[in-house]
Write a protein that binds this ligand. Structure first.
Ligand code: SF4
Ligand code: SF4
Length: 72
């Protein structure tokens, strides 16, 4: 079935990330890890777009964008 696949892109603003790990703790899919005191998007394909990371980040340093991948 040729339908678009929903994809989510997690964008981290490293300048704002203070490395509190709240987003890592709340992500139900283990998408996020820590690297040198900043959050890293380690497993982007597993992201369901639930936005918990974005909602709970106290510094607005992480954002979830949705894209549409269309196969022709
Ligand atoms: S949107 Fe949800 S699944 Fe994706 S990185 Fe954030 S908490 Fe994890
Ligand atoms: S919750 Fe926000 S400030 Fe804390 S580690 Fe995640 S992105 Fe960085």
């Amino acid at each position: 079935m040729a339908v678009g696949t929903r994809k989510f892109i997690v964008v981290v603003n490293e300048d704002w990330c203070k490395g509190c790990e709240i987003c890592v703790a709340f992500c139900p899919k283990n998408v996020l890890t820590m690297n040198k005191g900043k959050v890293k998007v380690d497993n982007p394909d597993a992201c369901t777009g639930c936005q918990l990371c974005e909602i709970y980040c106290p510094d607005f340093a992480i954002k979830v964008n949705q894209t549409e991948d269309r196969t022709s």
